[in-house]
Write a protein that binds this ligand. Structure first.
Ligand code: FAD
Length: 422
């Protein structure tokens, strides 16, 4: 069986690896050769593994397997970039002054979402002045510390390319312009260079670009994405084991409500030998770009609505949270980066067959992807290899996203394949 996996980020690489264990003929297209650079969320990610997360049944099914799954993958394939870390969920003096209840409510909610034996450490202001953290000049009023793990994105990228080759996966920088569907069945894909690849199944793991490729009317509404703006800083790596994130983050609420807005969730993580400071999330409503002579496929994603506003808010947040780092950013003349991040309005990923189109599979939309994607990639690979379905109780069937709209999803008849096999 020939399988074409589209997308070279966390999801595409993990599902390609899982498929290769079924002795299938797997080709991975990373999209790197697309005429316009396609920034992947995985590249700028903190890579933190919220190890307690699961899916289905209020998040309880398959919960707590993320870290163990990465350890198993490393035992099998060598170092993939798994590193120990501490997660610090911080709050500011203003959060604390705000009658003090928001912080305590959030801490209590966090405690109930963790296994009873999880150790939470309470940090006060003086704790931020010790060791590696001192030069950052952090202004946090307090934090909850948790044992965590992270995937070093640079290491992962290179290690995974080697592992996939060793497993017999053909990796190509090609990009898909169009998924080819005939008579309700996916036949392959046409690439941006015009080459047609026929195969038995296609897996779309293209992150934010999934809606652009799905031959379903209204897909933009069902598979949304936001833009993350981050500031990567070069050497020195000051706190190699700490991931700092706000306890009272705003991104998830904004994405759930789906209202166009911009929120700042100040945090930082080790990144490429330095640190990445994030993140401003911008949500504006995207529509499939009409095809034009410059963009024949309508594939490129529009950037954040107001990049200069996002940048200004990000730099202001950095100056407020970590004045020491803000000074380093000015010295280094660091440039703000923007990348699209797919999300699912109900917080659960989409994993399984595309409604209305046989042999087309979807894998993405994760919250906590670094914990859940390694657990769920083998589940999807199993379904593809045996032409089965992903267990309903996991609650991840992509069809649930389409049903509330009340509209059927007729398969597109466009573009039946004309030539060569992968
Ligand atoms: C600042 C930041 C911090 C984050 N921190 C965390 C964290 O701590 N923990 C966590 O679990 N998650 C975190 N996330 C979210 C996480 O990074 C994403 O959920 C995850 O990386 C998504 O992976 P993906 O493979 O679905 O998408 P992407 O990484 O975006 O990959 C999509 C891939 O598809 C390719 N592609 C697109 N179009 C085409 C095409 N037409 N043809 C071929 N290829 C194509 C792209 O080139 C790319 O390789 C963070 C995100 C950001 C931005």
């Amino acid at each position: 069986m020939d399988i074409l996996v589209v997308g070279g980020g966390l999801c595409g690489t993990l599902v390609a690896l899982a498929l290769s264990r079924h002795q299938l003929d797997v080709t991975l297209l990373t999209g790197a050769a697309h005429p316009q650079a396609m920034p992947a969320a995985t590249r700028y990610s903190y890579g933190g593994i919220p190890w307690w997360m699961g899916v289905g049944d209020g998040g309880k099914t398959l919960a707590g397997r993320g870290l163990a799954c990465w350890q198993q993958l490393q035992e099998r394939h060598g170092d993939l970039g798994l590193r120990p870390a501490t997660l610090l969920l911080h709050w500011s003096a203003a959060d604390d002054a705000d009658d003090n209840t928001a912080v305590e409510v959030a801490v209590a909610a966090l405690a109930t979402s963790l296994p009873p034996d999880a150790t939470l450490e309470r940090w006060g202001r003086p704790d931020f002045r010790r060791g590696d953290l001192e030069p950052l000049g952090l202004t946090c009023a307090g934090a909850i510390g948790l044992p965590y793990g992270r995937i070093d994105s640079r290491h992962y990228h290179h290690a995974m390319a080697r592992v996939l080759r060793r497993q017999g996966v053909r990796c190509s920088p090609g990009a898909v312009a169009q998924v080819l569907v005939h008579d309700g069945r996916c036949m392959g894909a046409r690439l941006t260079d015009g080459v047609v690849v026929e195969c038995d199944s296609v897996v779309l793991a293209t992150g934010a670009a999934v809606a652009r490729l799905l031959p379903l009317p209204g897909a933009d509404r069902w598979f949304p994405y936001s833009w993350a703006s981050v500031l990567p800083l070069g050497q020195p790596q000051l706190c190699p084991e700490v991931i700092l994130m706000p306890l009272l983050g705003g991104r998830e609420r904004m994405e759930r409500q789906g209202q166009a807005d911009l929120v700042v969730d100040p945090g930082l993580a080790p990144w490429h030998g330095g640190v990445v400071f994030g993140q401003v999330t911008s949500l504006h409503h995207q529509r499939r770009r009409p095809a034009t002579p410059g963009h024949p496929t309508g594939l490129s994603l529009r950037g954040p609505g107001q990049p200069s506003v996002a940048e200004a808010r990000l730099r202001q947040a950095l100056a407020e949270l970590a004045p020491g780092l803000a000074a380093a950013a000015r010295r280094q003349q660091s440039t703000v980066r923007h990348c699209p991040v797919s999300y699912s309005p109900d917080g659960r990923p989409w994993i399984g067959g595309c409604p209305g189109i046989r042999n087309l599979w979807l894998f993405g939309g994760f919250r906590g992807g670094f914990a859940l994607a390694p657990v769920l990639a083998p589940v999807l690979a199993e379904a593809i290899a045996h032409n089965g379905t992903v267990a309903v109780e996991l609650g991840v069937d992509p069809a649930r996203l389409l049903k509330p709209q009340g509209s059927p999803c007729p398969p597109s008849q466009e573009g039946a394949p004309r030539s060569s096999r992968s």
